[in-house]
Design a binder for this molecule. Sequence first.
Ligand code: TRP
Length: 359
Amino acid sequence: MCLLSAMMKPMKQTDRPTTQLRVLTGDRPTGKLHLGHYLGSIQNRLHLQAQIEAQGGVFFYMIADVQALTDNAHNPEKVRDALVEVALDNLACGMDPRLTTMFVQSHIPEIAELTVYFLNLVTLSRLKQNPTVKTEIAQKGFGEAVPAGFLMYPVSQAADILTFRATSIPVGADQIPVLEQTNEIVDDFNRLYGTLFSRVTPLLSHASRMPGIDGKAKMSKSLGNAIFLSDTPALIEKKVMQMYTDPEHVHVAHPGKVEGNVVFTYLDAFDPHPDEIAELKAGYRKGGLGDVVLKKRLTQVLLEVLTPIRERREQLAKNPRDVLEILHEGTARARKEAIATMELVESHMKIDHFRSLKD
Ligand code: TRP
């Protein structure tokens, strides 16, 4: 809303629509984004962005470089380089910086400040029991040598969200325990210092998790089984041709398995003609339908989705300075909100010692 109309018609508390979305989400910048991210989070973001354009509300998109450093402290170049890549991926897919405040976590010092205060509300045993963190510690093989910053990232994530008073949080299902911990912090803070924050709700995408091209349950850069949004057509074709199908389907004439067949999983997710896919599945099960026919179809379907994204991305990537400008401007906008929240936090926590000198 423009400032002028806000001044002309002062909004009473009761006038304020209660359904206005206040959304915050983010990516850890550790590498380029792939098809799994596209289906699992980017599409969901674009949908929310459109909803906010139509109905009002605010959308913060954060590049969580501080969080990425919690397990990449030894590799700052990777995090720095991925920052622009991840911004490019989101912009190329249609994230619009006029509608979505795109900002960088490390440049909002209020998040770090709030994290420190929240740490007093959380115990070490609670952190160790957080299922998300527990799984990730096991996966990364940290054991007792887990960096303290990594162990407490759910606290820092609570601060990411609450610095912006966000309530609707798009995340993957693996992040639900992290948001549960945010809500515990909300309750404790409000009880101890007076009500300030609202509880948060996860917004889960309906897309199921996409397998890698090798048939592993998860597509991921580190597993080397991903199709990236920035892949060239030749590379996409090559990856689709390598895709895991049914290892026992050695003769075209023999029946093949559709379940667990990655080509069908991707056709189900992307092909605009589900009726034709149903027929192809029946044919494959019966026998007589070869993998190459299906893979050619999938290549075409993926190219239709990814070509405009890749072209826009290449265009944007010509001027990385412009991308930095977008993030810089978004960070300045976000910072104003963060400072306003911090003033409230300070008065609630009775650490607004010098406030009276301002009057
Ligand atoms: N932990 C999130 C992930 O790995 C990224 C993230 C950081 C985030 N801060 C956030 C998501 C705040 C939502 C809200 O996907």
